[in-house]
Design a protein around this ligand. Structure first.
Ligand SMILES: [Ca+2]
Length: 526
């Protein structure tokens, strides 16, 4: 269990530095500098004594570690470089609590987007909880991190792309475990991974490709089928902006709330409570044509005929010529988040960058030339085996004793959520249905969560997925319900349950809709 007793940690911290070298560690922190790790070299092993507080390194970008973060507990800071191929340069750090403060756990810290930097904020968070933790720069450094998109580092560097895709996390995990064994004189009791978006893809990659690396894995809104997801996401924006933001087919942002209102008017009460959220948007059959403007008019309160067609494409998602889905579109109820992806004037940089740097390897590639089917097939043929994590066979992870929590917000608009249901269904089909899977893999689709914690939360708030997966693995009791909390001004003002799919939260018909206790998990009947 995570050590959340900060007070005890801080009291211990004062004495810990005194006894740091006298503790029962097999190796001192400094001596780890000479430790041999597979495929790499340790370049730093520094005992951090506090006080004074340690200034956590800051990194740039909106997902970076902001300056000013401090750590108040002593620890051993280890860093190095791993090179499984001649073109590899995987930077990593492992932060180790003093042996007397260690809770016995190892936590892998995930990465967002294609950003190449060490996640210092995540290391600091886990260290403060008493866990040993590691983070990798995924094999390339984005000094400015102005965008989460891939750029020049990927062009002509297939091995670096593979490092980003799956090797960096696995190699870092192996190195971190070797360092843990050396420093503490024993292995970790349990290891966990909990991350979102690309970090959710890393999560599923680990469960599929390296099933012994982690004992419990939480995959949030995972970007798991990258070679389909990125072209399909480009498509969602492209249908809106391909002819420019003045074109008749362009839906301006001021109409997102108009569409959202119409969706709620039609579907909010279907699940039994008019609370602003859809418990299962797949049961909402909204036709954007229902708010079509009369005649040729274009008012702020309705959609023109070309805009109706654009909205239909955004809900439907990208498809091959034969109608087979490439990746789902957005769900009804997500409209207030459409600006993340489709506003323009160009498609989102992460999707444009994927096509420029990985698929076409041409920094001057122009999105106006986008051909969905060609781009998807080229992406999958070039990089499917090293980037995609859609293998439904989780038998090795199950045999390892692993537990896998998958979750997504229904109103997620960076990664269309229905794709995760497709993956879950493929696991059920492969593994023999729920009776064979319920004890080690569960999917929670969350109404009104917006996005993963830390990426912007929706009206229903979020939950701590790491805490959930730790409890599941430690107790062996699978979660039947997860409570999401929304905070305002530091106070919880709303709680809402998330249920194991295909169950959804069912309102009791009388209680406070802002209280999770007014709902049970059940099969939707609407
Ligand atoms: Ca509702």
């Amino acid at each position: 269990m995570r050590n959340r007793s900060f007070a005890i940690l801080f009291i211990a911290a004062g004495f810990a530095s005194i006894f740091a070298e006298a503790a029962c560690a097999q190796q001192s922190c400094q001596s780890l500098l000479s430790l041999k790790v597979a495929n790499g070299t340790i370049t730093m092993a520094t005992a951090i004594h506090t006080p004074p507080d340690f200034d956590v390194p800051s990194t740039a970008g909106r997902f970076g570690t902001p300056p000013g973060l401090k750590v108040s507990v002593p620890f051993c800071r280890v860093g190095g470089v791993l090179a499984p191929t001649g073109d590899s340069h995987i930077g990593f750090e492992v932060w180790l609590p003093l042996p007397e403060n260690w809770n016995g756990q190892y936590i892998g810290v995930g990465n967002p987007g294609f950003i190449g930097d060490i996640r210092y904020g995540g290391l600091a968070r886990e260290l403060t909880h008493g866990s040993a933790a590691a983070s990798t720069d995924t094999g390339h450094l984005d000094v400015n991190a102005t965008s989460e998109a891939p750029d020049a580092w990927a062009i002509g560097h297939r091995e670096k792309v593979a490092d980003w895709g799956y090797r960096a996390v696995h190699e870092t995990t192996a190195a971190a475990k070797a360092i843990i064994r050396a420093y503490y004189g024993k292995p970790e009791t349990l290891s966990f991974w909990s991350s979102c978006h690309e970090g959710g893809n890393q999560a599923l990659t680990e469960a599929q490709k390296f099933p012994s690396d982690y004992d419990g894995i939480a995959a949030g809104d995972p970007a798991y089928y990258i070679t389909h997801l990125q072209p399909a996401s480009e498509y969602l924006a492209w249908v809106n902006v391909k002819e420019g933001v003045k074109a008749p087919a362009y839906i301006p942002p001021n109409k997102y709330p108009v569409i959202h209102r119409a969706v709620l008017d039609l579907c909010d009460k279907l699940d039994g409570v008019k609370d602003g959220f859809l418990e299962d948007p797949t049961r909402c059959h909204f036709d954007p044509g229902s708010i079509r403007c009369a005649g040729k008019a274009d008012y702020a309160s309705c959609l023109t005929e070309p805009q109706v067609e654009t909205a239909k494409k955004i809900y439907e998602g990208a498809r091959f010529a034969d109608g087979k889905p490439i990746y789902p579109g957005f769900e009804p109820g997500s409209e207030l988040g459409w600006g993340v992806m489709i506003t323009g004037p160009e498609p989102l940089s992460i999707n444009n960058g994927f096509l420029k740097s990985l698929v076409f390897e041409d920094p001057n590639w122009d999105f106006h030339t986008f051909d969905l089917i060609h781009a998807t097939k080229l992406a999958e043929s070039k990089y499917g085996p090293v980037l995609d994590s859609h293998d439904p066979d989780l038998s090795a992870f199950k045999a390892h004793g692993g537990k896998l929590l998958m979750y997504s917000a229904w109103d997620e608009t960076a990664i269309p959520p229905r794709g995760l249901i497709h993956y879950y269904q493929s696991v059920l089909d492969k593994m023999g249905g729920p009776t064979q899977t319920d004890d080690f893999v569960r999917l929670f689709m969350v109404a009104g969560m917006g996005m993963c914690p830390g990426f912007g939360t929706g009206g229903n708030g979020a939950f701590d997925a790491l805490e959930v997966i730790e409890k599941w693995r430690e107790t062996g009791v699978a979660p039947d319900k997860i409570i999401a909390s929304h905070r305002a001004g530091g106070e919880v003002d709303r709680t809402h349950p998330a249920c194991p799919y295909p169950k959804a939260a069912i309102y009791d018909g009388k209680g406070d809709p802002l209280d999770a206790a007014s709902f049970r998990c059940g099969n939707p009947t609407w």
